[in-house]
Design a protein around this ligand. Structure first.
Ligand SMILES: [Fe+2]
Ligand SMILES: [Fe+2]
Length: 474
């Protein structure tokens, strides 16, 4: 079904045919706009921004670019096209028809999954609300706002499911999604990572690289769900999410590119020398990677999890690209994971494969992150330097799972608590690192100009030149 932009709420779910649902969502809409105006991007509500808006849900032509003030962005409800032949792809009901309604026995678990996913979307907008004030270019400012409006749309995606399929509980949960706020001591966001403000652009690129990529894997798992409206919602969200990760990996590549230019010009890899020239030294970038990667890994949950086993058995949450696996039931299978033995050593732990689903998803994520690190290492090697960036071990600095609270170094070797404390000063961003990165955060808002701590992008957005006025400040 085509997206109907004549409606107050653009949608391709036939909202006009369901008056009570339409009314309920039209009631929620002004609350959303109030939230956007108070907790969305600070100081830029009147700016004219070059943004893309979905116009159809097929692979091509779903993005229409135009200039819009953010509060007038057409947030709506877009699901991927239905596939009548699709059957349940995994778990105990493998091969049976997909569900068009929520089965009673899965109701509370599905609601929880949707609420948890939904909560991260507005949370990230709140975390990033002050970033615009220190944008390194208008191109980057536009990128930030594109991410922000789409996270707002992802909130709509989850709120639609809550309203349409979960009755009064769903409507209450939709309200709560606007009542919790990132960092609010009384009503914080559900996941702790989403309560930390993101106050510099290096962190923003790390967030869109590492944390949005966790989001991608969660959405890929939900896109396999037997609950068809959830699966199709997430399938469409993934097309938007891809651009957020593009902003992350190209942003980091541009930071590294500039650092290497400075290192070559000065013939030095000395961090102080690089900093004095206004670029971010590679050891600082490594420390930011250590920090952001380890906190993103926790988002996948414990290595073994009875909840994960229930989600898989029930057909609620599968593995990313479930079709590429041979066995979709995973009954009677086991996997062996490494766990600390509590005496400073490591032991093998053999568990039912269904209980280790979080680990299967996390491993795929780690592999994908590493592809980009190797690309950046190629840039460093080509520039003639020996430093290599690396992901820390998944055991490092974990707060969830087997390795929670077990002190290890970034290579995953178990060490003493004191050595860990001391080591973290070297492995994680220090106050001085953060102060240095913050000192670089000065707004650059002249069209075509880019801050000196990162290279310009390779090309503009949607074929526009680099000096295009991506954001016209009010
Ligand atoms: Fe999102
Ligand atoms: Fe995102």
């Amino acid at each position: 079904m085509a997206i109907d932009y004549q409606e107050r709420i653009p949608n391709n779910v036939g909202l006009a045919d369901n008056r009570s649902l339409q009314r309920a969502l039209e009631h929620w809409q002004p609350r959303f706009l109030d939230w956007w105006k108070t907790l969305g991007p600070s100081d830029f509500q009147a700016a004219d921004v070059y943004l893309r808006t979905a116009v159809s849900v097929d692979a091509k032509g779903w993005a229409d670019f135009g200039r819009v003030r953010m509060p007038e962005y057409r947030w709506g409800i877009f699901l991927a096209e239905p596939d009548a032949d699709r059957t349940i792809g995994f778990g105990d009901d493998y091969g049976k028809p997909q569900w068009q309604q929520v089965p009673g026995e899965h109701r509370s678990v599905l609601r929880r999954l949707i609420v948890t996913q939904g909560d991260t979307e507005p949370a990230s907008v709140e975390q990033q609300r002050l970033l615009g004030l220190t944008c390194p270019s208008l191109y980057d400012l536009r990128g930030l706002f594109q991410v922000n409006v789409e996270e707002g749309r992802h909130l709509w995606a989850m709120v639609y499911l809550l309203h349409a399929y979960f009755g009064r509980d769903g409507r209450e949960e939709a309200e709560e999604l606007l009542n919790r706020h990132s960092g609010d001591p009384d009503k914080p966001r559900i996941l702790s990572t989403f309560n930390e403000p993101i106050s510099d652009w290096l962190s923003f690129f790390m967030f869109t690289f590492f944390t949005d990529r966790d989001g991608k894997y969660q959405l890929m798992s939900l896109a396999e769900s037997a609950f068809d409206p959830l699966a199709r919602t997430c399938q469409f969200m993934l097309t938007e999410e891809a651009h957020h990760m593009f902003i992350g990996h190209t942003g980091l590549a541009r930071v590294i590119k500039r650092t290497l230019e400075v290192m070559r010009a000065l013939r030095s890899d000395d961090p102080d020398t690089v900093r004095a020239a206004g670029a971010i030294d590679l050891p600082t970038i490594q420390r930011y990677i250590n920090f952001w990667f380890s906190s993103a890994l926790d988002l996948f949950g414990s290595e073994t999890s009875s909840n994960a086993a229930l989600y898989f058995a029930g057909g609620l949450k599968g593995r990313p690209n479930e079709a590429r696996f041979e066995d979709h039931r995973m009954l009677g299978q086991t996997v062996t994971l490494q766990a600390p033995d509590g005496q400073g050593g490591i032991k093998d732990e053999t568990v039912p494969a269904r209980n280790a689903m979080n680990e299967a998803v996390r491993s795929a994520y780690v592999e994908e992150c590493d592809v980009f690190l190797q690309r950046w290492n190629g840039m460093i090697a080509a520039a003639g330097f020996d430093t290599r960036l690396a992901l820390p071990s998944p055991r490092f600095r974990r707060t969830i799972g087997f390795w929670a609270g077990v002190p290890t170094d970034p290579l995953g070797r178990i060490i003493g608590a004191e050595a860990f404390e001391r080591g973290c000063r070297e492995w994680l961003p220090s106050e001085a690192d953060r102060a240095f990165v913050h000192s670089l955060m000065r707004p650059v808002t002249e069209p075509g100009k880019v801050a000196a701590w990162l290279a310009p992008p390779d090309r503009g957005i949607n074929g526009q030149p680099l000096d295009y006025e991506y954001v016209r400040l009010a």
